[in-house]
Ligand binder design. Structure first.
Ligand code: ZN
Length: 137
């Protein structure tokens, strides 16, 4: 069973913290131990796990991605959003996180971010859980 998280971006590039939404989904699904697979079914958006405590980190990542791959450039793609496609490929469209005792196993400072590169748009993230080890009866 694949579940979906709806995400609404408000600007052209934006990192949206979806950690809590995924955590709620784990609770609703009643998953205690297993693996959480996250996949972004879009060509101009991605997903990353990085620092959630200091918002400057997300800002810095976006600033330097924009410097690395500017909005305007010698691109061939006629839709005019090649920089968003390139950023999506650099960042990637999937992530895997373990689940233990009903909680995402993340590092102290880690959060899961949906990465918009061609907003504002309505987006979604697909989520799949697989059950892991079970306690012996
Ligand atoms: Zn395009």
């Amino acid at each position: 069973m694949v579940r979906y998280i709806n995400v609404k971006s408000r600007t052209r590039t934006e990192f949206i913290d979806i950690t809590e939404k995924i955590q709620e989904m784990i609770k609703e699904a009643g998953i205690s131990n297993g693996v959480c697979y996250l996949f972004v079914p879009h060509t101009t958006a991605g997903i990353t796990i990085n620092e959630g405590a200091d918002p400057s980190v997300q800002r810095d990542i976006q600033t330097y991605l924009n410097k690395l791959v500017p909005f305007e450039g010698d691109y061939h793609h006629r839709e005019g959003n090649s920089s968003a496609h390139i950023k999506a490929s650099i960042i990637g469209v999937s992530a895997v996180v373990f689940v233990e005792e009903g909680k995402l196993v993340l590092g102290t400072w880690q959060s899961i971010f949906f990465c918009e590169f061609d907003g504002p748009r309505h987006r979604r993230v697909s989520v799949k859980f697989t059950a892991g080890d079970r306690k012996q009866a």
